[in-house]
Structure formats: structure tokens, C-alpha cells
Design a protein around this ligand. Structure first.
Ligand SMILES: Nc1ncnc2c1ncn2[C@@H]1O[C@H](COP(=O)(O)OP(=O)(O)OP(=O)(O)O)[C@@H](O)[C@H]1O
Ligand SMILES: [Mg+2]
Length: 251
């Protein structure tokens, strides 16, 4: 059996009386796609924030590729190989898609500077290749604020992939995406991530997406993992159906 890529043990974090993490133990195996489901306020985003250095747990530990990462800054964690996307895409809205992609690539290369033209040929070609892989090459000259939600999510995830993560944590990659577009968006991003060998953890409220794309599902409930296993098992568990899926959908 291979070693986990990410290993969390005993993570605890309370905000006042709210236990957002109440003893989280989770191993993410290399190459797997793990879905996190659970009702609003269960602590799903809190787990991503602790893993990416945006929040510091009050107890527990996290190892990535066998090394402790707790206490590292978000930037240092990105450099170790953990990427993330947010519940709300973090694009530079007044810039075009290709400018956004070029910025991400330049930031990754560590050579961004206001004195270097953003779209010099090397970046442009790399940015075009990146966007092409996500099926949004036709949108290169579109301003980020003019994209529909599906394309915006793909562009945002492309920015995270530009940083060449080994593990990518995605917070609700399909939220706000029209039902007609959703499967296409997920298919695209799964295809790219699998081709790159990126391990993925994604928070998802759509059980059809979970059933189709997750290797395992972790059910969050009040800061704890209430169930963990393959989708066919977890999504048919009566307690999960009653307590989680019945109230899982965003209004
Ligand atoms: N920075 C913070 N300060 C205070 N309370 C917080 C903070 N972050 C999260 N919380 C609280 O912790 C709990 C868990 O929040 P979290 O955002 O992790 O839930 P979630 O499972 O991602 O929910 P959703 O499905 O609505 O995104 C909530 O009660 C939330 O209000
Ligand atoms: Mg959340």
C-alpha cells in the first residue's frame, strides 16, 4: 500500500462556541479524487483553509508527502505542491483570461515584475497551452468578468494548475454553474487533473457529480467526519441520506 499524500490527524478549531473542526482524521491517497460533502457550516471550507495555511488549527497535525506543513504560510504550502481554488473564483476581473493565466504562470516562475510585459511571447504560448487544455482557448481575449460561471470556474482552476500542484483542493467547483453546463465543467477539469496526475479533494453539493467523479466520499458533520468510503456505499447509507443529503443542497 502506498503512503498517503496528505495525512491529517486530530485537527481541532473552534470559533467561539462553534466547533468547525472537532477531531478531523483523514488520509488522501496519491492519485485519488476525494469528495467532501455535508451541510452548510459543517466545516468543509475550514478543513481546506487549515490544509492550505489560511487557518491554523488549535490542535492536531497535517503532513504532506511525509513532511509536516502545519504553521507554514499559504505561499510556502503552494510551493510544497498544494493548490486550491475558492468558493468564489479569485480572478483579476478587469483582465482578460490570457492575462490572468500569464500572471499565474509568471508568479509560479517567480519572475513577475511590473517592468516585464505580461504577455511576452513565452508566457503567451504557455498560457494558451494551459487554456487549451481546459477547453477555454476561445476565451483568451475575454475579460474575466464577462465569463459565464462555468468558464470562470475552469479559468480559476487553470490558474491553480499553473502552479503545478501535486494536490489540488477545490471548494465547490460547480457552485453557481448552470445545471446544463455542470457535468461538462467537471468532466473537463477531471480529465486535465487526471492527465497531470494531480490528486484532488473537492467540496461538492451535487450528489450526481459526487457519484460520477469521486473515488471516495467524506461526509462532514459538525466539524467531524461522519462517514467515509466509496460513493456507492456512502451515498446509500441511510444515516447519510437522512442527515446529510436531505439537507445538503444549497438553497
Ligand atoms: N474565520 C471564521 N470566523 C468565525 N467563524 C468561522 C470562520 N470560518 C468559519 N467559521 C464558522 O465555522 C463553521 C464552519 O464553517 P465552514 O465555512 O467551514 O463551513 P462549510 O462546511 O464550508 O459550509 P458551506 O457549505 O456553507 O460552505 C461555521 O459555523 C462558520 O460560521
Ligand atoms: Mg464552505
Amino acid at each position: 500500500m502506498s503512503a498517503p499524500l496528505l495525512s491529517a490527524r486530530g485537527l481541532k478549531l473552534a470559533f467561539g462556541g462553534v466547533k468547525a473542526a472537532d477531531g478531523i482524521d483523514l488520509d488522501v491517497m496519491p492519485g485519488e479524487f476525494l469528495a467532501i460533502i455535508g451541510p452548510n457550516g459543517a466545516g468543509k471550507t475550514t478543513f481546506i483553509n487549515m490544509t492550505t495555511g489560511y487557518l491554523k488549527p488549535q490542535g492536531g497535525r497535517i503532513e504532506f508527502a511525509g513532511e509536516p506543513i502545519l504553521g507554514l504560510s499559504p505561499r510556502a504550502i503552494v510551493r510544497r505542491g498544494i493548490g486550491r481554488s475558492f468558493q468564489l473564483p479569485q480572478l483579476f476581473t478587469e483582465h482578460t483570461v490570457i492575462e490572468n493565466a500569464a500572471l499565474a504562470l509568471a508568479a509560479h516562475a517567480g519572475i513577475w515584475s511590473p517592468f516585464v510585459p505580461l504577455l511576452r511571447p513565452g508566457y503567451r504560448a504557455a498560457a494558451e497551452r494551459l487554456l487549451d487544455r481546459f477547453g477555454i482557448a476561445h476565451l483568451t481575449e475575454t475579460r474575466a468578468d464577462a465569463l459565464n460561471e462555468g468558464a470562470r470556474k475552469l479559468a480559476d482552476i487553470a490558474m491553480a494548475v499553473a502552479l503545478e500542484p501535486r494536490l489540488l483542493l477545490m471548494d465547490e467547483p460547480t457552485s453557481g454553474v448552470a445545471a446544463t453546463e455542470k457535468m461538462q465543467v467537471v468532466e473537463t477539469l477531471v480529465r486535465v487533473l487526471r492527465a497531470e496526475g494531480v490528486t484532488a479533494v473537492f467540496v461538492e453539493h451535487d450528489m450526481e457529480v459526487v457519484a460520477r467523479f469521486a473515488d471516495r466520499v467524506a461526509v462532514w458533520s459538525q466539524g467531524r467526519i461522519a462517514a467515509l468510503g466509496p460513493p456507492e456505499q456512502v451515498l446509500n447509507d441511510p444515516a447519510v441520506l437522512r442527515d446529510v443529503i436531505g439537507i445538503a443542497g444549497h438553497a
